[in-house]
Design a protein around this ligand. Structure first.
Ligand code: SF4
Length: 348
């Protein structure tokens, strides 16, 4: 793994972001923020699966007014997402959010930006400059590439905040295609010291969105770029958190919960391995143990192929072999495959 880019560390509530802090996983609620009870319910579900920072949209005064109740009901830091209306940013700060995400470029006059920045500074609340490729006006530096325009716009906003003596800054530069996003983050990474929030925007439904996000976020993380990630999916937000951890676990940047490996099946497979693997995956969601579990489709190659797993099962017709670290430890009846494997996980 290349060396991670050393960014300035900031704190979103009690979660450090940047510097040598672990890459934080975040998500965004899709409830109506004005419905505080529903929003708290969703955030608690997200907390359970390991979400570390949560953002809510604040589209109007009623949503800002719901912030104190939401804040009281949850454990993780709360970020208010603001567009256009600087008064909503001020109201959110007053209501107790831990950070703001905004695009200073669409907040209006310098006076308005200044009012928001001063209020954030007073309470030491970080601001994420959140730039999306799609929201840049066509007339903005048409001579530059899309990534170049994003970087240029972000730097203008960084300088604006810095001119107000504010440095609790985090930046995101999201496009819906991977090459543009990677290029934009790579360019800005060398130009500013601030932590970067990495993601692919409008990535799509889980089928394509997880792939696009994994390629984009994974490429950047592998280059050492990225301090917090969000996998944007057209899906319940818990799926974003699961996908975020899987990306981090794949790169061995974070450990959270088990890793399931299962073979692709082939002509040697004599059981319904897909159903077995899916059942094991469901069971594993209940544990946070950082174990590597293998579900393999034959007794011939299974244990060998999964020899780096802590525990596994090689499923043959009617019977399977339970193994630990590649060594056979028991023969299991087909009806007991999942239960025996989970028992072995618990015993580890
Ligand atoms: S573990 Fe066995 S069944 Fe699975 S792909 Fe390998 S050889 Fe085929």
């Amino acid at each position: 793994m290349p060396v991670r880019r050393r960014s300035k560390q900031i704190r979103i509530g009690d979660v450090p972001v940047g510097g040598d802090a672990p890459v934080a996983v975040q998500s965004m609620c899709n409830t109506d923020t004005r419905d505080a009870a529903a929003t708290v319910r969703q955030i608690r579900e997200l907390e359970e699966v390991g979400c570390e920072i949560i953002r809510v949209a604040v589209p109007d005064a009623e949503a800002a007014a719901a912030i104190p109740e939401i804040r009281r009901g949850i454990m993780i830091p709360l970020v208010a997402d603001i567009h256009f209306d600087y008064r909503l940013a001020l109201a959110s700060i007053k209501a107790g959010v831990d950070a703001l995400r905004l695009n200073p470029g669409n907040i209006g006059t310098a006076d308005r930006v200044k009012a928001v920045v001063l209020a954030a500074k007073e309470r030491q609340i970080p601001i994420r400059i959140g730039l999306n490729a799609g929201s840049l006006p066509r007339t903005y530096h048409p001579e530059l590439s899309v990534a170049g325009r994003m970087v240029h716009a972000a730097l203008e906003q960084v300088r604006l905040l810095e001119s107000l003596d504010f440095d609790l800054i985090k930046i995101s530069l999201k496009a819906s295609d991977v090459p543009t996003t990677v290029q934009a983050y790579t360019e800005i990474a060398d130009k500013v010291p601030y932590p970067l929030h990495v993601g692919i925007t409008e990535a799509g439904t889980p089928r394509t969105g997880i792939i696009r996000s994994s390629v984009g976020i994974g490429t950047l993380l592998y280059m050492g770029i990225g301090d917090t990630i969000r996998v944007s999916l057209t899906a319940p937000p818990v799926q974003e958190v699961f996908a975020g951890y899987e990306i981090l676990k794949s790169l061995e940047l974070r450990q959270r919960g088990p890793v399931l490996v299962s073979c692709p099946t082939c002509g040697r497979t004599e059981v319904d391995l897909i159903s077995i693997a899916e059942a094991v995956e469901r069971e594993l969601m209940r544990t946070q143990k950082p174990v590597r579990v293998a579900v393999m489709g034959c007794a011939v190659n299974g244990p060998g192929e999964a020899s780096d797993a802590d525990v596994g099962i090689a499923c043959g017709k009617g019977r399977g072999i339970l193994f630990k670290k590649g060594e056979k430890v028991a023969v299991i009846e087909e009806k007991d495959f999942v239960a025996a494997l989970m028992k072995a996980v618990q015993e580890l």
